[in-house]
Design a protein around this ligand. Sequence first.
Ligand code: THU
Length: 160
Amino acid sequence: MKEIKIESTFFVYDNLEALPKAIYLLMQKAVEARKKAYAPYSKFLVGAALLLDNGEIITGNNQENASYPSGLCAERTAIYYAGSQFPEAKVLKMALTAGSKNKVTNEPIPPCGACRQAIAEYEIKQELPIEIYFMGATGKVVKSNSLANLLPLIFDKSML
Ligand code: THU
């Protein structure tokens, strides 16, 4: 039996103000998007802002539904919109913020597993890593240089 160890590296910024200016502005867009989320059931609001290599900034937020599984996360709302509107563009950076209306959410909140799989599809398609920054409603911001760090043993097209 052989053991496999997988290591990931993340970087932590103490707060929003510690971010490089361009990322700070991208995160502000994500915060604006979060505030417009449609989350009447979970009261958990998530915002995403994507910077594309054509200069476009795409934002999205979670959209819930009375039939719960029909809703969609912020990350997929945003990245599917980017993919549908700018199929040739590459996603360079992604800023994510999440906060509950019921409690303080100051710990960094990473994207869910389904969103990681969705983001991975585009990272692989564009053959360029996507930088991901995620935080709670405020507080520390975690940076990953690539989606791949967040999804070890990824399932991708090479397996089909
Ligand atoms: N949600 C997101 O938008 N992104 C995630 O990565 C995690 C969860 C949404 C889905 C649902 O509307 C609410 O947060 C609670 O799960």
